[in-house]
Design a binder for this molecule. Structure first.
Ligand SMILES: Nc1nc2c(c(=O)[nH]1)N[C@H]1C(S)=C(S)[C@@H](COP(=O)(O)O)O[C@H]1N2
Ligand SMILES: [Mo]
Length: 319
């Protein structure tokens, strides 16, 4: 696939050099994979760059068999073309205003219908889990897509640790609420704080991760620091950023986009080329950095893994 940089003059900043280093490291990892299972797959030969540590924790991680080997979207595009309405509604606003997201201190509350709720400092929330690199496609409901090397861990770890009660059937998520610093929250574009939700089995699925980094770096603010959800078979808006609360609940929880425009954004929001958004087709997408539009795949290409979750459901009704 052809990748081009948007502005040649910027090619040396955050694009060509880090990308080249990154690809070399990946070749090293691939070579390691080819040498048999006994070989350690850690990235110790390529220590995380200075700064790529989360409050003193180095972002050491292993590659994952769930990763796609499609060409990556450049670090530059991944961090300058974003949706993060707390930082503004324009695609370049999150990058421009990234500094106004205050992530220190940060704690995450896990609560609701569970036997082991907790209020965790960020370090304690992340530290217990081994990190993996998950290279996922992410497809925005607006019709663009990216391929991003996330660093994170499966959400099911956190949910298991919370020990859900049998009445828990959904998981509700909430983003930071800080209108003093977040310009977007001083306007009523959405009901703040941003909320999202998953059915419990979707949340427990091994493809569903909490990301704390991307491209070898701690998650940049504009991508949802310090912890964001990534659900690769759903439209991008389900992947809620800057999470402060995870709540096990009995009923399908309200979600920000569904509340604001229920006819346009359903609770499930599975990527589905056959169900159009009322104002535009979902049949094709533009991979950021590539020339040509491509066909959008059912469940964003993750159907083999997730289609069983929706057996017997009418996905036009439950869009
Ligand atoms: N809290 C919060 N999370 C959010 C959003 C947002 O505005 N606020 N935008 C969503 C949308 S529409 C998309 S497409 C993805 C974009 O993630 P990225 O900027 O890291 O590519 O984040 C999602 N998560
Ligand atoms: Mo999106």
């Amino acid at each position: 696939m052809l990748i081009r940089s948007r502005r040649r003059s910027e090619a040396t900043r955050g694009e060509v050099t880090p990308r080249a280093i990154y690809d070399r490291r990946r070749e090293f990892l691939r070579a390691g994979l080819g040498l048999g299972a006994g070989l350690a797959l850690g990235v110790s030969a390529w220590p995380a760059p200075a700064g790529a540590a989360l409050r003193g924790m180095a972002l050491e991680y292993e590659p994952s068999p769930f990763s796609t080997d499609e060409a990556l979207t450049s670090l530059d595009e991944v961090t300058t073309y974003n949706n993060f309405f707390e930082l503004g509604t324009g695609k370049s606003d999150p990058h421009r205003h990234a500094d106004s997201l205050v992530t220190d201190p940060w704690s995450i509350r896990v609560e609701g219908a569970c036997e082991n709720p907790g209020n965790y400092a960020l370090e304690d929330f992340v530290n217990p889990w081994a990190l993996e690199e998950r290279i996922y496609r992410l497809r925005c409901v607006e019709g663009w897509s990216m391929v991003i090397p996330w660093i994170g861990f499966e959400l099911n770890r956190v949910i298991e640790q919370a020990r859900p009660e049998s009445r828990a059937r959904y998981v509700a998520f909430e983003s930071i609420h800080d209108p003093e610093n977040l310009r977007g929250q001083r306007r009523g574009v959405l009901d703040w704080p941003y909320t999202e939700g998953l059915r419990l089995d979707e949340a427990m699925h091994p493809l569903t991760i909490l990301a704390v980094g991307l491209y070898d770096e701690v998650l940049p603010n504009q991508n949802g620091a310090p912890v964001r959800l990534v659900v690769p078979w759903k439209y991008g808006f389900k992947s809620i950023k800057s999470i402060v609360r995870i709540r096990l609940v009995e009923e399908q929880p309200p979600t920000a986009w569904n509340q604001s425009q229920p006819g346009e954004y359903g609770f499930y929001s599975n990527v589905n080329p056959e169900v159009d958004h009322p104002r535009w087709s979902q049949a094709t997408e533009r991979r950021i950095g590539a020339f040509r539009r491509r066909r959008t795949e059912m469940f964003n290409g993750y159907g083999e893994e997730v289609a069983a979750l929706y057996e017997g459901m009418d996905l036009r009704e439950h869009f």
